[in-house]
Design a binder for this molecule. Structure first.
Ligand code: CDV
Length: 311
């Protein structure tokens, strides 16, 4: 018997600096309702979904960047979304900038929260692979300062049990690193949810623009197949105050096939009736971890960061 569940992904178009969180949350709620109308019980929202992608800007004074962060769960800005999701009985992934005070110290993370259809908070993930720099590179077009505004996540890659199966979370740049997904798959994840803000032009060099979406798709399709799991990916995209970001929000099946993808770079809901057992044959055969993995030969993956060459 197959286990079927409708999952939705809410792609969010541009959020400009001047846009209020209240207006952005209203857009998220509209997409939540559309997803509900399609029979979805779970929805994935993007990374840093409540504001513009502020790490592209240089701020020195916390008073200037504090307004981009949320405190408490739900924060006051998020509360209407939490309320409506509970009322409709939809579970969700939501990315946001988290500010928390621990032992008198203010800490900031690029975080996602997973909330069950009944409104229970299942848990959080804090982004581990932070791209870009701490200090400005001096070129406003390519500035990407996540290392300035966030600490490296300290929660590992947790997996949460839900009534739809085991769900793992990651955020944007994490999807380019196969370790991300394998760790979650080893904890039994059947569904990976992730949000992203990916600039259309590469931050590091003049890579052809078409490769931005190609690498996004390639990363997700291989992650799905190599772990026999579903992937839900939600973009924040379009041109935010002139800074373009890719769309391409998608749902990828455990076979590695993209089964539906957004066609616009605006607010857009996509959905698919996912058979959660579709990946079972992959996990029983070619990627039967218990039978075929050889961790005794994987030492450098956890022992090293960079390349080390034996002469
Ligand atoms: N928000 C991100 O993590 N963006 C990165 C870019 C900067 C390369 C990404 O991997 O899409």
């Amino acid at each position: 018997m197959s286990r079927k569940e409708v999952f939705a992904v809410a792609q969010l178009g541009a959020v400009h600096l001047k846009d209020s969180k209240q207006a952005t949350v209203a857009r998220l709620i509209e997409m939540l309702r559309e997803a509900h109308g399609r029979g979805a019980r779970w929805i994935t929202f993007p990374e840093l979904a409540l504001t513009t992608f502020f790490p592209r800007y240089v701020y020195d004074d916390p008073a200037d960047y504090d307004p981009f962060y949320e405190e408490g769960l739900p924060s006051p800005a998020m509360a209407p979304l939490f309320d409506e999701a509970r009322r409709l009985g939809i579970g969700f992934y939501l990315g946001y900038a988290e500010k928390v005070t621990e032992a008198g110290t203010v800490r900031r993370f690029n975080t996602s929260v997973l909330v069950a259809p009944n409104g229970d908070i299942l848990g959080k993930y804090r982004k581990i692979h932070l791209p870009g720099t701490k200090d400005p590179i001096g070129d406003p077009e390519f500035e990407h300062l996540e290392k300035r505004y966030f600490e490296v996540g300290n929660l590992g890659f947790p997996v949460f049990k839900s009534d739809a199966g085991r769900i793992g979370m990651c955020i944007c740049n994490d999807r380019r690193w196969p370790e991300t997904f394998r760790v979650m798959a080893l904890r039994g994840a059947e569904i990976f949810m992730l949000g992203y803000n990916t600039p259309t032009r590469n931050i590091h060099h003049n890579e052809p623009v078409h490769l931005r979406e190609h690498h996004h798709r390639l990363s997700l399709e291989s992650a799905a197949y190599q772990n026999g799991a579903w992937v839900m990916s939600a973009a924040k995209c379009g041109s935010e105050d002139g800074f373009a970001m890719i769309g391409g929000s998608s749902i990828v099946a455990p076979t590695g096939e993209t089964v539906t993808r957004a066609v616009s770079e605006e607010d857009e809901v996509i959905s698919f009736n996912c058979d959660l057992d579709l990946g079972a044959y992959i996990r029983r055969s070619v990627f039967n971890f218990a039978k075929h993995r050889r961790p005794e030969h994987y030492g450098p993956i956890t022992a090293q960061v960079g390349v080390e060459i034996d002469d």
